[in-house]
Structure formats: C-alpha cells, structure tokens
Design a binder for this molecule. Sequence first.
Ligand code: BGC
Length: 386
Amino acid sequence: MKRQVTLILLAILSVSASFADGLMPFVPSNPPAMKPLPAGRTPAYVSAQGFRHGVNLGNYLEFTAGMSGVQVSAREFRLMRVEGFDHVRVPVAWSQYTGPGPEYLLPEGIFGRVDWVITNALNQQLSVIVDVHHFRELNADPSGQADRLSAIWKQVAAHYADYPNKLAFEILNEPCDQATADKMNPIYDRVIREIRGSNPHRTIFVDTCDWASIVQLNTLVLPPDDNLVVEVHCYDPFYFTHQGASWGGADVQVRGIQFPGPPAKPLEIDPGLKLQPYVLRWMTNYNTLPAEKNPSGPAAFLEKLAFARAWSDHYGRPVYVGEFGCYTTADPESRVRYYKAFREALDAQKLGWAVWDWSAGFNYWDKTKGQPVAGMREALFPSSRK
Ligand code: BGC
C-alpha cells in the first residue's frame, strides 16, 4: 500500500513537472478557429518530402551591418547536394531594400542576387526556401509594418511565380517581441492570400512566434490552405549551443560547457560574470545531474520534438525544424555529439530539418580545408560512404 501511494505520488509529481513547461502530455489547445486537416494527405505533406535534410545559407543575403558576411560560389551548391542535403534555406533581408511606401518597391539588384542563388541550387536538384529575415521593424510594430510585409510578398511572389515547385516561400523568420500570435495570425492570413494570387500551388512555410518556438505551436491559427508547412526553430540547450555568442546576451558568457553533461570535472563559474540566478541553477544542474537528466543533453530537446510531432499529427500540418545548431565556440567533439543527437531525435520524430549553417560560424563546411568540419558528415549523414 505504502509503495502504491509512493508510486501514485511519484506519477503525479512527474506529470506536474512535465506540465510545468506547458508541453506534455500533448492536449490540443489551439484556438478553435485552427481546424485540423487530414494528416499525411495534403499537398503540404507531398512537398515536405523535398525538405527533409537541409542547410541554411547563413550570413549571406540576410547580411546586415555588424555581421561577418560570407562569400558563396556556384560550386558550393553542388557540394551541398553531394554531402547529402536535399534543400537549402536562404535567409534574405528583403525589408532592408524596400523603397518608400505605399509601394515599398524592391530594386532589381536584390532580385538578381536571390535569382543567382535559387537558380544554382535548383540546377543541383536542391529544393529552396526563401524567407524574409531580420525584419526588425515588424517585430517592433507588427500592425504598422503589415503593409510593407504584404508589399514585399506581392513583389517576390510575382517575380518567382513561374519558378518550379521546388522553390518554397517562408513568410517571416522568427517573429518575436511585439509580433505575438494575436498580431501575426491575421497578418499571415493576409500574406498567404497575397501570395496565392500569383502562386496558387506554391508551398508556404509559416513560423511560430517567440523566435519560432515549439511551445508557440499552440497559438497558431492558420487558414484552411492545405499547402502550408509550419516551421519551428530549436537551439536547446541554448547555454551550450550559444556559449560565447556576442548576440546571445549576458546569459551565454560561460564557455567550456560540454555536450552531454555532466563534465568529468565540474565547471567553475567566475563570480565576476554576475549571472542571473536561473543561469546559475542551470550551471549547477549541468555540473551535477546524470546524463539522461542533464540540461546540457538530449533531455533539453527530446520532449519538445515529441510535442511537435504530436501537434503535427493532430492538426494535419507538417512541422519542419528550420534551424538548429551550435556555434563553433563549443569544443569540436561536443558540437559533433550535439549535432548527432539532435539529428537522431529529429529523424526519430520524422521531422524535416535544416542545420544552421553552411559556413558562417556554425559551420558544417570548412571553407579553408574544402571539406566538412571533422565529424559533421558522420553526425548528419550516418549512412554516407564518402
Ligand atoms: C540568425 C543568425 C544566428 C542564428 C543562431 C539565426 O536565426 O539569423 O544571425 O547566427 O540564428 O543564433
């Protein structure tokens, strides 16, 4: 009896612990206006087959002042395909090129550069996703910038209307800050109608809010359009993947975090870093918890990816993980173990993915050596015989 009571208590505790992050177990909780479609039987599912293992062409066409950009040559698209990638996600900072409203005209120059990327990728049988990246004004004022986003898509969609269906559009990378779901759901609806005017059959990717977070799948309200893929990003465990990243803020100052934890010798934290209590707690758990519960291990993403799968099956929308990855500030062995574990978890949940990135700081490819960064090929493409 005592044992039974203990077991029941343990069960209640573990369920409530999972409930605490709002994810498990999966209970459909999107607003009622979000109607399920037949899972596996829409054009979006057919199209998603072309977007299974991809790579982000980071720091190229979304390059902004203050970033270190990359150069890309035409032969790199062949290398991507030969490595085993079936698609390339192409971030483009379209909003930086618009003229004044209400037309927000985009100049020929930026189209020329995007055309070059798409054409070279398609020539190598790669599928392509073109997004709108770094539209910071929209994140600050979504309603005030909705006309501009719509005008961008009117022009981009018209320009690529005759391109093959292997080209897909992604409306907006990582809405965040003020761009919450109550603001973005109607904006998405409007932009989808704008795109459908010239591209009735093209696949459109739609990011969840709060930086394309998996938790935000629950807030989406999509129109009944059956050629939409829902996109999420996941950089968990963030303090591991972004250690030392200048854009990651004060929480990611600690270097030397390994994957998976715990480390053989506990990591000492310099009190001078003045870390927030929640970061310090994370570091203590990293130093002490066993591998299967360690915050710098697969436990950081397994439940989230299972949730994405359950949500996708319920709502009949393919879910795609368009960004995951680890900055090269982490030690090379940990990085490779992380990419392998994350890729295995994605494959186990049958979720399409794209790594961040090809050659810009989260490198898959080492441009100096003309080969993949050691261990990356094996981590992502285990059956590769190269
Ligand atoms: C951003 C990149 C950044 C990466 C990882 C992407 O969404 O566009 O600038 O390096 O996320 O943080």
